[in-house]
Design a protein around this ligand. Structure first.
Ligand SMILES: [Zn+2]
Length: 493
């Protein structure tokens, strides 16, 4: 009787779509079967929102893009385009739950103002197949957040198709971190931040974008979280301090943040804390912390639209029309800069907070090997896998007309050594560069370097690149000692 009274007396509230997790007080995560009707009800409820199917998972589940706009999405060039995507890792449930909370907030009248300036695409669940079994990889057992260079998985192809359609100026990839590893338990302390945030670290990304990210946005979002009761810190993997160095995120470009960041996007990764022994533990607080981070980004972008739009436009232009011969870093390492890190940790046994000074802190990424930006690369037509890769990456590919001022270079692989890459050992070929004299241009496709993905192209195709295609099993066969590397460089004479 009492319940009926409440329902009747609050007709407007009862109509507003309530996220499934809230309905059940966060005792169960939102299943795909509930997510779909919830998104439909959001769509019906709001004239600002169109829910699109942006692709399908390996097992055929739809991937949804929630397109928030007060006009036709992406058409008004005075607006800023923001892409937020969550749950690439199926066992990181709070990102998706936070995204659903955010969506139900954004359709409220008091939040309409955001869309005067922002077109937002929100993808709450990139990996529904993994989510179904609360597992990290997709149904091909692939880690989707290591797939953004080779783009073999349909879920990640969908994210990039969406990105390429609108060339979002701001992106956020939402994850969880797991601070309960064995080595940390032995160490006696662990990380205890509700949420962490990481910016781009690849040395080829615009220094101005890094500066705005690290020195302007990060302080803003830390303060935003603090005001709302969430602890936060910069995303810093590695450690524990006595065992290993602590650094910022990988400089690899095969994840969501960096694959978009390498296109001079204002791009971030956000990681909320996972539950200790259950993905349900503290789920409400975790989801709300994730939502606050996403919401904070939108507010920051709203307040700083001109600064971000101008910066991204000018830095992207440099990628497209940057000079041939410019240096591109293809091997890097994390190094110290004399700074020590004060990291707040929690004592495993007593649960008390403490601060540890990390001596071996390596916040800087330094290049250890550069190549020059060529006019472009030639890929053999015979090897369909390279052309297919280039198509998946939406690269411009053309036939090649050699010009008088062009030289065609080929690499001879003289030895295959190894090199440390963030505590992994990977191949490090030794090469000799030779000029090709007898050359049939009809045997090759040309990938010009003067495109937005310029740095990605160089990083993917150079044989000595730590982040190159040859470091993936599918492409490792392109590298053979004593043989020529099949991809050629076109450089000025
Ligand atoms: Zn993750």
């Amino acid at each position: 009787m009492l319940l009926m009274f409440i329902a009747l007396s609050l007709p407007i509230l009862s109509q507003e779509p309530v996220p499934p997790a809230i309905k059940r007080n966060f005792t169960v995560v939102t299943a795909y079967e509930e997510l779909v009707p919830f998104l439909q009800s959001l769509d019906e409820h709001s004239d600002m929102l169109t829910v699109n199917i942006i692709g399908q998972s390996v097992k055929g589940k739809n991937l949804y893009g929630l397109m928030f706009s007060s006009s036709r999405f992406g058409k008004d060039r005075s607006k800023i385009r923001v892409l937020i995507f969550a749950q690439q890792h199926g066992n990181e449930q709070s990102g998706k739950e936070g995204a659903l909370l955010l969506a139900s907030e954004l359709i409220k009248p008091e939040n309409r103002y955001l869309f005067d300036k922002i077109d937002l695409a929100l993808v709450p669940q990139v990996n529904p197949d993994g989510a179904e079994y609360n597992q990290r990889p997709n149904a091909h057992t692939m880690d989707l957040n290591r797939n953004h260079v080779i783009l073999t998985e349909p879920e990640i192809q969908a994210v990039h198709a969406l990105f390429n359609e609108y060339l979002f100026e701001v992106t956020l990839d939402v994850h969880e971190y797991f601070p309960y590893g064995e080595t940390w338990e032995e160490y006696g302390y662990r990380k205890n931040f509700d949420v962490t945030i990481g910016s781009v670290t690849n040395p080829n990304v615009s220094g101005k974008i890094k500066d705005l990210s690290d020195n302007h946005y990060l302080p803003y979002i830390f303060n935003y979280w603090t005001k709302r009761g969430f602890s936060s810190f910069v995303y810093c993997p590695g450690g524990p301090p006595k065992l290993s160095y602590i650094r910022h995120s990988t400089f690899d470009i095969n994840d969501g943040r960096q694959s978009l960041g390498i296109q001079n996007t204002f791009s971030f990764i956000q990681e909320g804390m996972n539950g200790t022994d259950s993905f349900l533990e503290n789920l409400r607080h975790r989801s709300e912390g994730q939502m606050a981070g996403m919401r904070g980004l939108l507010e920051y972008v709203y307040l700083n639209i001109d600064k971000i739009k101008t910066l991204v436009a000018s830095e992207r232009k440099k990628l497209i029309s940057g000079p041939v011969g410019q240096e591109v870093s293809i091997q890097s390492e994390h190094v110290a800069n004399g700074q020590k890190l004060s990291i707040p940790l929690v004592n495993y046994k007593t649960g008390t907070d403490t601060t540890v000074i990390v001596n071996d802190y390596r916040p800087v990424v330094r290049s250890i090997h550069d190549v020059t930006r060529p006019v472009g690369y030639l890929i053999p037509r015979q090897s369909a896998e390279l052309a297919e890769w280039a198509k998946r990456q939406y690269l411009t590919i053309t036939t090649f007309e050699p010009k008088r001022n062009h030289t065609i270079e080929q690499y001879l692989i003289t030895a295959i050594d190894s090199i440390d890459f963030e505590r992994d050992t990977i191949v490090n070929p030794q090469v000799e560069v030779r000029e090709i004299i007898n050359f049939r241009s009809s045997d090759y496709w040309f990938i010009p370097a003067n495109q937005l993905k310029c740095n990605l192209i160089v990083l993917a195709l150079e044989p000595k690149s730590m982040l190159g295609l040859i470091t993936y099993p599918q492409y490792a066969h392109l590298l053979k000692k004593g043989e020529n590397y099949p991809v050629l460089r076109v450089v000025p004479k």
